[in-house]
Design a binder for this molecule. Sequence first.
Ligand SMILES: Cc1ncc(COP(=O)(O)O)c(C=O)c1O
Length: 298
Amino acid sequence: MFAFTDDISYAQQADARDPLKHFREQFYFPRRPDGSDAIYFCGNSLGLQPKEVVNAIDTELTTWRNLAVGGYFGGTNPWLRYHEYCTPALARIMGCKATEVTVMNALTVNLHLLMLSFYRPTNTRYKVIMEAGAFPSDQYAVETLVKHAGFDPEQAIIEISPREGEKLLRTEDILTQIELAGDSLAMVMFGGINYYTGQLFNIQAITAKAHACGAIAGFDLAHVAGNVPMQLHDWQVDFAVWCSYKYLNAGPGAIGGAFVHEKHAIHPGSEGGGVMMNKPALKWKRDSFPKPKQVDGI
Ligand SMILES: Cc1ncc(COP(=O)(O)O)c(C=O)c1O
């Protein structure tokens, strides 16, 4: 390490020593009026365009042009298996098994789908804990979830705020609130990194505490995916969702990601059936209820 100084030469030295610096060449940068590359600090909102993306899209357009429906089974990347091309890399990024992760829909759609699957409230256990100041669509999603189940959001949602005069949440306060909610708590639905403050939460500790109370632990990892290493499997996180247009540089409107821990795949629920949840050999059979992909392979 070399000593930090608040000047351009420090920044240049840090750039020169960065083992990942060659990746910079693989992206397009917006230009400043003088024609130089802008300094881009908005990857938390939309990642830069990889230079390869135009070729990747052209490959798929060519397959579509030449093969039409045959592109599902032929061409460079047969579309029927498109999600499987992404799962090994996503499994490394999110710290899970390839069978626990997939790409589908957009973040908020996935959040609704997974919360609807995991939120199983009773008259006494129905509360949801989230961070105050979560991304607005997460707030709406949780609010509509509890209303959908017949609860009053005022009663059912516990929002955790920083202490008076502080901007960030203390982990000890999050854990205390979870413990206080105790057996009234059905689910913790937290951000992994708060979109506004940039605070990285202790996902492992939050998950362990939620489980100790008998609650489900789910996370919105929009600002985590491709930014901070995760160990979702080992941490026993129940579910997580994220988008791929921020630090994964997939472009506006790109498909989202979802994780469900394998312990839930072994005991599948009864909701949301479709052919893509079936084992490949059974995919198009119409005579039985979907048999989910098991942990022994896809
Ligand atoms: C933390 C967080 N959650 C959710 C979303 C919304 O995701 P989408 O509109 O793609 O569903 C965003 C978008 O920026 C976000 O930053």
